[in-house]
Design a protein around this ligand. Structure first.
Ligand SMILES: [Zn+2]
Ligand SMILES: [Zn+2]
Length: 306
């Protein structure tokens, strides 16, 4: 596809997005901030819940948080550009949050990306990126030197290995990385995004912690992972007796989310990355209420916009 057609396709996609296509929400002004749930799932493959990925769209800019499996297809389904995002932020390097990373890197190139993908994430991201580019070196050689005539180097990634604090601040959008505890992971982050009209916190994977609660105080939207406390029990499999201990060290229950939301008081709580263990939406929301949060709370579904 010639460049100008690809650029026109990206503009058309965003126009469709702005017009509210496939949205249950009312039309919103083109320059306002919208949260798009691209993937609300977790490691278990579920066609209804793609791998973790959340887009924060500010006018024509798309900030992507995590790149779970299926991310390019979900960007297409949401009418967002498939030829590169403004910036990618990874919460941590667990596979369920990063298996879509090579998809984002290479598919966006094949769909017309010419400039380096700006990728922010924990230490280890540079090594992961170098390995991915090496892993697909045969593809890169054929696409570049063969008849596909892809732009040489269009797959490039500008890697920013981050520490806690403000990691991005440009044209009214500020992204702050919040260190969180996620089992044995040395580096895992939640992100707070401040735009001209909204404040948003995305938890990534974490057990409850004060830093995230403080960062989420009074935000417009808190997107938080969850599992149903009442369903936590040893699993019937080898080493399944460690399951409750694992969940408590790595993740946050509905009751714990309710407790932290009661302190932080977000205007809207969206549950995602749902480790269901058979739990229903109603059970999860009841758990949140039991934790003490009385504000607006929803269980997020793929492609919803808030
Ligand atoms: Zn995860
Ligand atoms: Zn994780």
């Amino acid at each position: 596809m010639p460049n100008r057609i690809i650029a026109a396709a990206a503009v058309a996609a965003l126009a469709a997005f702005a017009s509210g296509a496939h949205s249950t929400q009312a039309q919103t002004p083109a320059d306002s901030t919208i949260v798009v749930l691209l993937g609300t799932g977790m490691p278990r493959p579920n066609p209804e819940a793609s791998g973790p990925a959340t887009a924060v769209v500010v006018g024509g800019r798309v900030y992507l948080f995590d790149a779970g499996p299926g991310v390019e297809r979900q960007l297409a389904a949401a009418h967002l550009p498939i030829n590169g995002v403004t910036a990618l932020f990874l919460t941590h390097l667990h596979t369920d949050h990063t298996l879509g990373y090579p998809d984002l890197v290479f598919t966006s190139w094949v769909m017309g990306r010419r400039t380096a993908l700006q990728a922010y994430g924990p230490p280890g991201l540079r090594r992961m990126t170098d390995h991915l580019i090496a892993a697909w070196s045969e593809d890169i050689a054929v696409r570049t030197s063969g008849l596909e005539r892809e732009a040489p180097g269009g797959y490039r990634v500008a890697v920013h290995e981050i520490r806690a604090g403000v990691v991005y601040d440009s044209a009214g959008v500020r992204v702050t990385a919040i260190p969180v505890r996620h089992g044995e992971w040395r580096y895992a982050f939640a992100y707070r995004i401040d735009t001209p009209d909204r404040s948003i916190v995305i938890s990534g994977d974490t057990r409850p912690g004060d830093a995230l609660t403080a960062a989420a105080r009074g935000v417009d939207v808190l997107v938080h992972e969850v599992y149903p406390e009442a369903r936590l029990a040893p699993e019937n499999r080898p080493r399944g007796e460690d399951w409750p201990r694992y969940m408590r060290a790595f993740h946050t229950s509905d009751v714990e989310v309710g407790r932290l939301a009661a302190t932080a008081q977000p205007r809207l709580l969206i549950l995602y990355h749902v480790v269901r263990m058979g739990g229903t939406d109603e059970e999860l929301l009841a758990g949140v209420r039991a934790g003490g949060f009385a504000g607006r709370a929803v269980v997020g579904k793929d492609l919803e916009r808030y």
